[in-house]
Design a protein around this ligand. Structure first.
Ligand code: FE2
Length: 211
């Protein structure tokens, strides 16, 4: 994978209304799926029928979304389009691919990751709002920490783009990057896992019903 950016690559990929539908399914909000960046630990009560007691209540979830950048993991089957796109990446790169839904509602928040590199290749589709992405060239001597201070990075980035709905970016592993939301933002990041598809992959069958 090479760093690249494509304008208007996949319009209407995933919209606020689809996210609204998902986030109101309370059993989907397990604390192992929902990452609240810079969040704390929380306690809450549950209705007697709750099968999973570790799901954020929606009112707490709303409060956390207002105060933190959050992402939802294990979402590669959240819609038919997301499932199809994850399958496309798996077929192309031959590695298992998840989808992480990122939400930032407050542009005052500094991204808790700051500039960092990842250990997996990533494709990101901007779904709503505008986010600036800077990507720098691959760094050598990667340490166990994936965070990097801006002073350590060269002045020139290889990509510096304002991502708008439908735009996509390819960020290879070990390439430092920094995301800065300029407006409320909803995006989906597809981390291409180190596990090859030959040892198992998500079932991409999409169940449909004829009317
Ligand atoms: Fe990243």
């Amino acid at each position: 994978m090479k760093p690249s950016f494509k304008k208007n690559y996949y319009p209407n990929f995933f919209i606020w209304e689809e996210f609204e539908y998902l986030i109101n399914i309370r059993p989907l909000l397990t604390d192992s799926r929902v990452y609240v960046l810079g969040g704390d630990s929380y306690k809450w009560g549950n209705a007697s029928w709750s099968n999973d007691k570790n799901c954020y209540p929606p009112s707490l979830m709303k409060e956390l979304l207002d105060k933190h950048i959050c992402y939802f993991s294990d979402m590669s089957r959240c819609t038919e389009k997301v499932n199809e796109f994850a399958k496309r990446l798996e077929d192309e790169y031959k590695h298992q691919t998840d989808a992480h839904i990122y939400i930032c509602l407050n542009t005052e928040l500094e991204h808790p990751f700051g500039a960092h590199y990842d250990l997996s290749d990533n494709v990101i589709i901007q779904c709503e709002g505008t986010t600036n992405f800077k990507v720098w060239d691959e760094i050598g001597n990667c340490t166990s920490s994936t965070n990097i201070s801006l002073e350590e990075l060269p002045k020139e980035s290889v990509l510096d783009v304002d991502m708008e709905p439908g735009d996509a970016i390819w960020i290879p592993r070990y390439h430092p990057h920094l995301a800065t939301s300029k407006t409320k933002r909803l995006s989906i990041s597809f981390p291409i896992n180190k596990d090859p598809i030959r040892i198992g992959r998500e079932d991409r069958e999409w169940i449909k019903f004829e009317p």
